[in-house]
Ligand binder design. Structure first.
Ligand SMILES: O=C(O)c1cc(=O)[nH]c(=O)n1[C@@H]1O[C@H](COP(=O)(O)O)[C@@H](O)[C@H]1O
Length: 275
């Protein structure tokens, strides 16, 4: 089953719009992991196993593993996610973007080495830089559109010419171009931050029912209810509302897994109540 089919099946079967972000920071791990040489894998596995029933996807963030020299833990973690939670697609958050020949190697890294179902990419090198990912019709290509960070507007809001002789912000041009031209295999999704509810509504109006990955609730302060109100698709799905730190580090104590499950359940319930 391809990424988009798996995601739609999961939305329907589990009735959740929550994406559980896996961003390991050993300094925040509970004391019980202090002497564990495989702490990065073990902590992320425990969180994933505790939160899977509330997850429509998992999103491990590659820099959080690579900075620790823990790529091997990331490989084993994704293998575990596939084996233990086969209905929950895995998005590798790598935000890749490079010339075609290098992008082709990044696609092999994400889909071959790590066996991710989808990967985040940066569109600003243009279509040929994303094409090696798009060519994997069964994998998801999750493309940055209007990011959650405070400086998102520095470049993404610059006005560019539109077809009607007027202008519109660059992020809207990105959304329109991807929906119209790049999504020939139907495997594209867009990233729009939860911190920008108005822009979420603008993007939804442009892209129809294309899935939106929405980070920025929890630690970054985005309003989960506003996300659903402004950006759900016509059938009340269309969203992967991603939270990392607020789930991972919900408790610093031995109850870390239960606390993570409670945080994921609570986010699921908040999102569902607003659908
Ligand atoms: O592509 C992403 O996942 C992403 C895009 C974006 O615009 N903002 C954003 O925060 N992210 C990622 O989403 C996660 C957010 O983490 P928390 O703020 O802890 O929930 C991090 O892994 C970020 O790298």
């Amino acid at each position: 089953m391809g990424f988009m089919q798996a995601l739609r099946a999961r939305w329907s079967a589990a009735d959740t719009l929550v994406c559980v972000g896996l961003d390991p920071e050993p300094a925040k791990f509970p004391q019980t992991f202090a002497a564990d040489p495989d702490a990065v894998f073990a902590f992320c596995r425990d969180i994933a196993d505790a939160t899977a029933e509330f997850a429509c996807a998992f999103k491990p963030q590659i820099a959080h593993f690579a900075a620790l020299g823990a790529e091997d833990a990331l490989e084993r973690l994704i293998a575990h996610l596939h084996a233990a939670h086969p209905g929950v697609p895995v998005i590798l958050d790598a935000k890749r973007g490079d010339i075609g020949s290098t992008a082709q190697r990044y696609a092999v890294e994400a889909f071959g080495r790590y066996r991710a179902d989808a990967v985040t990419v940066n569109p600003y090198l243009g279509r040929d830089s994303v094409q090696p990912f798009l060519d994997h019709a069964d994998r998801g290509v999750v493309i940055l559109c209007r990011t959650s960070n405070p400086g998102a507007g520095d470049l993404q809001d610059l006005i560019v010419p539109d077809d009607g002789g007027g202008g519109r912000p660059l992020y809207q041009h990105v959304a329109g171009t991807i929906a119209r031209d790049w999504n020939t295999h139907g495997n594209c999704a867009l990233v729009v931050g939860a911190t920008w509810p108005a822009q979420l509504a603008e993007v939804r109006a442009i892209v129809g029912d294309m899935p939106l990955l929405v980070p920025g609730v929890g630690a970054q302060g985005g309003d989960a209810e506003a996300v659903v109100r402004n950006a759900k698709s016509a059938d009340g799905t269309g969203l992967l509302v991603s939270s990392s730190r607020a789930i991972l580090y919900a408790s610093p104590g031995d109850d870390y897994a239960d606390a993570a499950a409670s945080a994921a359940r609570s986010l699921r319930d908040t999102l569902n109540a607003a659908r």
